[in-house]
Design a protein around this ligand. Structure first.
Ligand code: HPA
Ligand code: ZN
Length: 325
């Protein structure tokens, strides 16, 4: 399973930064962010909300387009080593130039160039989904949506919302999602991780998204599960993330098995892999052990993910050939 081709739809770019990469950058810049690492050099946090703080502290050392280019290189090396051939990553103009469109364009150009180099080297294809950050509030989300609308195209393919799911309501962000949709972007939202089933309904109804980041707590409302299956809503499930953050005690207790059995379109991603001590190879291995899923199931998960990818049809058919090879 480890090296088999994989499609990943839910990956936060800064959250994929290897701790050694962030430490190295902090040293180069003579800034002290020591408190965010444990004695073994891994990221240290107490719970999801502390994780968000540590994430933002680690991100604070990424201050230039060049830093982000190096980050893309480091992250795609890790992904390719797990067999990932196509990846969609969440990008935040909040961290890349403070939501200024001109600055954001410079960051974006640097990241795209690094991604093009990685594609030449390892064959891995990257596309970007711009996310607003829920706990930064609807006002900043509007500025983020404008950055997204300005740079929407065949590389920036989607818009979403990350951050603290317990802060505010999906409908507070409707303007931003409408703006992104009008610019031709496809939509996804984090829901049903720290919010219950109603948060999934709200994301679908109030924001009009076609994919849900996590969405796993839909399992607490079987009518909703049936609706997700009927409507073909795709869940970007990150089992290792949910286990690491204590939502479920282990993989066997994770609802992805039931959601799959009930016909929901589930896909598998890592979220913030070094924070959650995971990789795409490990996710597949743990799912194999927990549910006895085999190559046939994994092939189906990958096809579901590629179908739900936000890239254009030509890119999809190119990736599809690699997946089937
Ligand atoms: N969940 C929500 N918001 C985030 C995450 C995450 O895993 N990583 C960065 N922002
Ligand atoms: Zn996430």
């Amino acid at each position: 399973m480890g090296r088999n081709a994989k499609i990943e739809l839910h990956l936060h770019l800064e959250g994929a930064a290897p701790p050694a990469f962030i430490r190295g950058l902090a040293q180069e810049k003579h800034v002290d962010i020591g408190g965010i690492f444990d004695e073994r050099g891994a990221y240290r946090y107490k719970d999801f909300w502390d994780f968000l703080k540590v994430y933002e502290a680690a991100t604070s050392v990424l201050t230039t387009p060049e830093d982000y280019a190096r980050l893309v290189t480091a992250v795609l090396e890790e992904s390719a080593a797990s067999g990932v051939i196509y990846s969609e990553t969440f990008l935040s103009p909040d961290f890349c130039g403070g939501r200024d469109v001109g600055a954001w364009r410079d960051y974006l150009a640097a990241m795209q160039e690094a991604a093009a180099q990685a594609e030449l080297r390892d064959g891995i294809v990257l596309r970007g989904i711009i996310t607003c950050i829920r706990h930064f509030g609807p006002e900043k989300a509007r500025e983020t949506a404008l950055c997204a609308a300005e740079t929407a195209g065949d590389w920036i393919v989607g818009f979403g919302i990350a951050g603290d799911e317990t802060s505010g309501q999906p409908k507070d962000f409707r303007w931003s999602f409408d703006c992104a949709r009008e610019a031709g972007l496809r939509l996804t939202a984090h829901a049903g991780e720290w919010g219950g089933p109603q948060s999934v309904r709200d994301a679908l109804n109030d924001l009009g998204v076609e994919r849900i980041g996590h969405g796993v707590r839909a399992i607490e409302d079987l009518a909703l599960v049936d609706e997700l299956a009927e409507r073909g809503v795709v869940l970007e499930v990150c089992p290792g993330s949910n286990v690491a953050l204590g939502l479920y005690p282990n993989f066997r207790a994770h609802p992805i098995g039931q959601l799959y059995d009930r016909g929901v379109k589930v896909t598998v991603s890592t979220d913030d892999p070094p924070f959650f001590h995971t990789t795409m190879a490990r996710e597949f291995e743990m799912l194999h052990r927990a549910f006895d899923w085999d190559e046939g199931v994994f092939a189906q998960l990958n096809r579901t993910a590629l179908d739900a990818a936000f890239c254009d049809a030509d890119t999809k058919s190119r990736i599809s050939k690699v997946l089937e090879a």
